[in-house]
Design a protein around this ligand. Structure first.
Ligand SMILES: *[C@@H]1O[C@H](CO)[C@@H](O)[C@H](O)[C@H]1NC(C)=O
Ligand SMILES: *[C@@H]1O[C@H](CO)[C@@H](O)[C@H](O)[C@H]1NC(C)=O
Ligand SMILES: *[C@@H]1O[C@H](CO)[C@@H](O)[C@H](O)[C@H]1NC(C)=O
Ligand SMILES: *[C@@H]1O[C@H](CO)[C@@H](O)[C@H](O)[C@H]1NC(C)=O
Ligand SMILES: *[C@@H]1O[C@H](CO)[C@@H](O)[C@H](O)[C@H]1NC(C)=O
Ligand SMILES: *[C@@H]1O[C@H](CO)[C@@H](O)[C@H](O)[C@H]1NC(C)=O
Ligand SMILES: *[C@@H]1O[C@H](CO)[C@@H](O)[C@H](O)[C@H]1NC(C)=O
Ligand SMILES: *[C@@H]1O[C@H](CO)[C@@H](O)[C@H](O)[C@H]1NC(C)=O
Ligand SMILES: *[C@@H]1O[C@H](CO)[C@@H](O)[C@H](O)[C@H]1NC(C)=O
Ligand SMILES: *[C@@H]1O[C@H](CO)[C@@H](O)[C@H](O)[C@H]1NC(C)=O
Length: 510
C-alpha cells in the first residue's frame, strides 16, 4: 500500500516530465510534415558550409520503380487526353472542300521499352523510350461550299508507331535550397517512325488527302513540336511545380524542420541528395552550435531508397526547444486527473514519510510541482545503440491558502536511457529498453533530506509511468517526409557513429 502510494506520488512528479517530453512533443508531432503555410525563407541562413544533417539516395532500382510508376501514370493520363478537333480546307479533285476531323480519342498507347538513368555529364536524369505506339479513332466529315453541294462523312483509325523520345532533365538546386529542373533544346529528341491511316468510308482521293496532306502535316508537326513542348513544359510547369515544394516543415508554430538541399544532387548511377536536416526556432535561422556528425561514404545500392539521419536533427530540436523555454511544465491540482489530485497534498503520507518537515511547515496544503529541463535533451547514436539523456529539475511548492506558492526544494534528476529505433509504416519508431537515473538535491527550504530515499521511488515511477508513456508515443513514431501515394516497404534500420541509416523499397498506391 505504502509502496503503491509512493510510486503514485513519484509518478505524479513525473507527470511533468511526461508533459514536457510527450504532450508538448506529441502535439508538436501532429503537423510535422503536413504542408502548412507558405514557405518561409530567410536570406540570412543559406547557403551554409555545414555538413548535411540528412542525406538520401535513390538507387537505379528505385529509378526503375519510379519509371514504371511514371509510365503507368502516363498511360492512364494519355488515354484520358482529349484531342482537339481539326478543321481545315483543301483543294482536291471535287473542288474546294472544308473538312472536319472530330471525336478523336486514343484507343491504345504503349511504351514497350523505357529507361530512366542518371546522367552525370548533364547532372540529371535521362529518360529514353522507344517503340512507342499510339492509335487514335475519330470521325471525318467534309463538304463543299460551292454551287453544287457535296458532302460525305465516315470514321477513321490512325496509328503512329516506332516513336522514340529521349529527354534529359537537368536537376540542380536553387537559391532557396529547393531542387531546380531544366532542359535545353539539345536535351530532347523525338521522332515518329510511321503513321498509318485507315478510312472507313469515303473516296480514294480522300484517302490521299488524309494519308499525305493531313498525315504528313501531323507527322511533321509532331516531329518539330513535341520537343519544344517537352522542353517548355520542363522549364515552365515542372520548374514552377518544384518552386512550390515545401522544404521547410513548420511544426505547431514553434519550430521548423529544414530539409532544404545544401548542394546540387549528384547523379552517379544513383541520385544522392544532401539536406540541411536541422530544426530552427520558427522564423529564426540561428545555427545550432552542436557538431554535425559526418556520414561516411557509403556506396550501398541494394535497396530502392536510402535515408541517413544524423543525431544532429533531433539534437538541434532539443537545443531549440530548450532555448525557447518549451521544456517546462507545471503539475498543478488543476491539470492532474481528479483521482490523483489527493497526491498533491503536503500531508500525503508518502511524502510525509520521506520529508516530514514539509507537513510540519505547511500542513494539509495543496501542492504544485514545476518540472524544468535544465539541459537540452541529447540523443547519441552509435553503432552499439542509441542513448537519450534528459536532465531536469523537479521543484515542488506548497500552495498557501492565499494561493501564494511556498518553495520547498529542488531536485535535479538525470535520466539516461537506452533506446531501440525502428522504422514502421513510414514512421521512425522507438522503444526505451532500459534506463538509469542520478539525482541530487540542488536546494532545499525544508532542511536536508536523503535523495537515496527518493531514488528508488523515482526509478520505480519512471519505469511505471514515464517509460510506458514514452514507449506508447514511440510505437506510433514520427513520420518521415514522403511523396503522396508512395509507401516504404521492408525497411531496414542500421546504426552508425552519429547517424542512423534506413534502407527501404517502395510501393505505390494511386
Ligand atoms: C530552359 O532553362 C534553362 C535554365 O534556366 C536554360 O538554360 C535553357 O536555355 C532554357 N531552355 C529553353 C528552351 O527555354
Ligand atoms: C534565435 O534563436 C537563438 C537560439 O536558438 C536565440 O539565441 C535568439 O535570441 C533568437 N533570435 C530571435 C530574434 O528570436
Ligand atoms: C555517388 O556519390 C555519392 C555521394 O555524392 C557517394 O556516396 C557514392 O559512393 C557515389 N557512388 C558511386 C557508385 O560512385
Ligand atoms: C490534504 O489532505 C488532507 C488529508 O487527507 C485533507 O484534510 C486536506 O483538505 C487536503 N488539502 C487539500 C488542499 O486538498
Ligand atoms: C528552468 O531552467 C532554466 C535553465 O537552467 C532556467 O534558466 C530557468 O530559470 C528554469 N525555470 C524554472 C521555472 O525553474
Ligand atoms: C500569503 O500568506 C503568507 C503566509 O501566510 C504570507 O507570508 C504572504 O505574504 C501572503 N501573500 C499574499 C499575497 O497575501
Ligand atoms: C522493426 O519493425 C518491423 C516491422 O516493421 C519488425 O518486423 C521488426 O521486428 C522490428 N525490429 C525490432 C528490432 O524491433
Ligand atoms: C520496449 O521496451 C520494454 C522495456 O522497457 C520491453 O518490455 C518491451 O517489450 C519493448 N517493446 C518493444 C516493442 O520492443
Ligand atoms: C505515424 O506518425 C503519425 C504522427 O505521429 C501518426 O499520426 C500516424 O498514425 C503514424 N502511423 C502509424 C502507422 O503509426
Ligand atoms: C501506405 O501508407 C498509408 C499511411 O501511411 C496507409 O494508409 C496505406 O494503407 C499504405 N498503403 C500500402 C499499400 O501499404
Amino acid at each position: 500500500m505504502f509502496r503503491a502510494k509512493l510510486i503514485s506520488f513519484m509518478s505524479l512528479m513525473l507527470l511533468g516530465v511526461i508533459a514536457v517530453c510527450c504532450i508538448s512533443g506529441s502535439s508538436a508531432n501532429r503537423n510535422v510534415y503536413r504542408n502548412v503555410g507558405p514557405y518561409k525563407w530567410r536570406l540570412d541562413g543559406w547557403p551554409s558550409n555545414r555538413e548535411p544533417g540528412f542525406k538520401a539516395r535513390i538507387s537505379q532500382n528505385g529509378l526503375d520503380f519510379l519509371r514504371d510508376v511514371g509510365i503507368h501514370m502516363l498511360q492512364t493520363k494519355i488515354q484520358q487526353l482529349t484531342i482537339p478537333d481539326i478543321h481545315g480546307k483543301a483543294d482536291v479533285k471535287v473542288g474546294h472542300i472544308y473538312y472536319d476531323v472530330t471525336k478523336m480519342h486514343i484507343t491504345t498507347f504503349s511504351i514497350p521499352s523505357a529507361t530512366l538513368t542518371t546522367n552525370p555529364t548533364a547532372g540529371g536524369l535521362t529518360l529514353k523510350t522507344s517503340g512507342v505506339s499510339i492509335k487514335v479513332h475519330g470521325d471525318w466529315h467534309y463538304s463543299t461550299h460551292g454551287f453544287i453541294h457535296i458532302s460525305d462523312s465516315g470514321s477513321f483509325d490512325a496509328g503512329a508507331n516506332s516513336i522514340t523520345l529521349t529527354v534529359t532533365l537537368r536537376i540542380g538546386v536553387d537559391a532557396t535550397g529547393r531542387p531546380s529542373i531544366s532542359s535545353q533544346a539539345s536535351d530532347c529528341s523525338f521522332s515518329v517512325g510511321g503513321l498509318d491511316i485507315k478510312l472507313h468510308g469515303g473516296a480514294s482521293w480522300l484517302y490521299n488527302l488524309f494519308d499525305h496532306d493531313i498525315g504528313n502535316a501531323i507527322k511533321d508537326s509532331l516531329n518539330s513540336q513535341i520537343c519544344s513542348t517537352v522542353v517548355d513544359e520542363v522549364n515552365g510547369s515542372l520548374e514552377d511545380e518544384l518552386k512550390t515544394l515545401q522544404v521547410i516543415a513548420p511544426v505547431e508554430d514553434i519550430i521548423e524542420i529544414d530539409y532544404s538541399l545544401v548542394e546540387s544532387p549528384s547523379f552517379n548511377g544513383s541520385i544522392n541528395t544532401a539536406h540541411k536536416g536541422e530544426v530552427y526556432p520558427l522564423g529564426n535561422k540561428t545555427e545550432c552550435p552542436l557538431p554535425v556528425p559526418q556520414i561516411p561514404p557509403d556506396s550501398d545500392v541494394s535497396r530502392m531508397v536510402f535515408i541517413w539521419i544524423t543525431e544532429y536533427l533531433p539534437n538541434s530540436a532539443g537545443y531549440v526547444l530548450q532555448n525557447i523555454g518549451f521544456l517546462q511544465y507545471n503539475v498543478t491540482p488543476d491539470n492532474v486527473p481528479a483521482e490523483e489530485k489527493y497526491l498533491l497534498n503536503t500531508s500525503n503520507f508518502a511524502l510525509d514519510l520521506l520529508i516530514p518537515q514539509i507537513n510540519k511547515m505547511y500542513p494539509n496544503m495543496a501542492m504544485q510541482i514545476n518540472v524544468n529541463s535544465t539541459k537540452a535533451p541529447v540523443v547519441k547514436v552509435a553503432s552499439t545503440g542509441v542513448q537519450a539523456v534528459l536532465v531536469g529539475d523537479f521543484t515542488p511548492y506548497a500552495i498557501l491558502p492565499n494561493k501564494t506558492l511556498a518553495y520547498l526544494f529542488t531536485l535535479s534528476v538525470t535520466i539516461s536511457s537506452k533506446v531501440t529505433v525502428n522504422f514502421t509504416s513510414n514512421n521512425i519508431t522507438w522503444n526505451i529498453s532500459s534506463f538509469s537515473t542520478t539525482m541530487k538535491a540542488v536546494h532545499s527550504a525544508v532542511g536536508p533530506f536523503f535523495t537515496s530515499a527518493l531514488q528508488l521511488a523515482v526509478n520505480t515511477a519512471i519505469k511505471a509511468e514515464l517509460v510506458p508513456k514514452l514507449n506508447q508515443l514511440g510505437a506510433v513514431g514520427v513520420p518521415l517526409p514522403q511523396l503522396e501515394g508512395f509507401n516504404f516497404t521492408k525497411p531496414v534500420v542500421s546504426l552508425g557513429e552519429g547517424f542512423l541509416k534506413i534502407g527501404t523499397d517502395l510501393t505505390y498506391t494511386p
